[in-house]
Ligand binder design. Structure first.
Ligand SMILES: NC(=O)c1ccc[n+]([C@@H]2O[C@H](COP(=O)([O-])OP(=O)(O)OC[C@H]3O[C@@H](n4cnc5c(N)ncnc54)[C@H](O)[C@@H]3O)[C@@H](O)[C@H]2O)c1
Length: 320
């Protein structure tokens, strides 16, 4: 899967043909080094047309792996199915496995995946689609931070992620479990671009799991700070923003993940700004660099098992 010398297309099996699979398939279809080998979904879904052809479709991953030898299995299924399907893909094939975020829905599933490492080389085969870490405004802010040691450490972070899932009712809980399960992992993976996360320091989930207010400790340039993370599904529109405060220098970096824009300011002075040409839809802008990294032969560590394990450990440090 990750051999830059290979000439044969990477054979991809797409498991789960729901909302986010559309983005995966659109980005994969742009890549001449990829072919779609099969799709899987127990629900009846319309035929998936990939660059003019429709690959075979199966009702279960096991049936597909009885027939095909994919190089990459992509799991874009409801969160609570990730661990079991990843285990099955690792044990029943030699493929790399890209799992939608979050990798797992609880710590016991993470421990079971870790135990598989002796049997299935989990660390070199299992990847998590931490797509928010690849968003262009995040990239811009991370480069800015690296270029400015003079700004000192990040001392405080506030991030608010809103999704209009209240409109999807119980279906949203079935696919995404809770606002903290779904958005918290996006917030944490995005923050790994800026700081070293240390621990979950407080958790408050409300609205039956549709909203959350959590705090997470971090280290930045030798100092400690705290991130405040708000997420909620109680809205009719999507809106996601984060701000990084450099308290020693008075610099603030504000990033808007919905419009993929940002700016840095100190008091009344604008220090830098970031925009885009408006041509690339947000999810494509995340998954295009994600796949470029995954298929480059040197996947970014944010996709790897160790990062997923660290993020999961913090994400699930929630009292039962
Ligand atoms: N929707 C988004 O914007 C988005 C973005 C990033 C990540 N994700 C993640 O992607 C995952 C899927 O989200 P979604 O929005 O596409 O959900 P979805 O409910 O729209 O799609 C999931 C699909 O998986 C199918 N499925 C269920 N069990 C299966 C199984 N055992 N084998 C094969 N297919 C199965 C379902 O029938 C459905 O078609 C979730 O973990 C979510 O956190 C979603």
């Amino acid at each position: 899967m990750t051999d830059p010398e290979r000439v044969e297309p990477v054979r991809v099996g797409m498991v789960g043909v729901g909302i986010i699979a559309e983005t995966h398939l659109a980005v994969l279809a742009e890549r001449p080094d990829v072919g779609l080998e099969f799709t899987v979904d127990p629900k009846s879904v319309g035929p998936v047309v990939f660059r003019g052809y429709t690959p075979p479709h199966y009702g279960s991953l096991a049936e597909a792996l009885d027939v095909h030898r994919p190089d990459l299995v992509v799991l874009a299924t409801p969160t609570e199915t990730h661990a079991e399907l990843a285990t099955s893909a690792l044990l029943r094939s030699t493929a790399g496995v890209l799992v939608e975020k979050p990798l797992v829905h609880d710590l016991a599933s993470l421990a079971r995946l870790r135990e598989l490492d002796g049997k299935a080389d989990v660390k070199s085969r299992l990847f998590t689609a931490h797509h928010f870490a690849f968003s262009p405004e995040v990239d811009w802010a991370a480069e800015l931070l690296a270029a400015h040691p003079d700004w000192g450490p990040v001392t405080a972070i506030t991030s608010a992620f809103y999704d209009p899932y209240i409109l999807r009712g119980p279906e949203a809980f079935a696919s995404y479990v809770s606002s903290w399960t779904d958005s918290g992992v996006n917030q944490l993976s995005m923050l790994t671009r800026f700081v070293d996360l240390t621990e979950l320091t407080s958790v408050r989930q409300t609205d039956g799991g549709a909203s959350a207010w959590c705090t997470v400790g971090f280290r930045s340039r030798g100092e400690t700070g705290e991130a405040r993370l708000r997420s909620s599904w109680l809205t009719g529109s999507s809106s996601k923003e984060s701000s990084l405060l450099f308290g020693r220098s008075g610099v603030e970096v504000w990033i808007d993940h919905t419009s993929m824009t940002g700016f840095a300011a100190r008091g009344a002075e604008l220090l830098d700004a970031f925009g885009n040409d408006g041509r690339t839809p947000r999810k494509i802008a995340h998954y295009r660099p994600l796949y470029a990294s995954l298929l480059s032969g040197r996947p970014d560590p944010v996709l790897g098992f160790d990062t997923a394990a660290t993020i999961t450990g913090i994400h699930h440090a929630v009292p039962e």
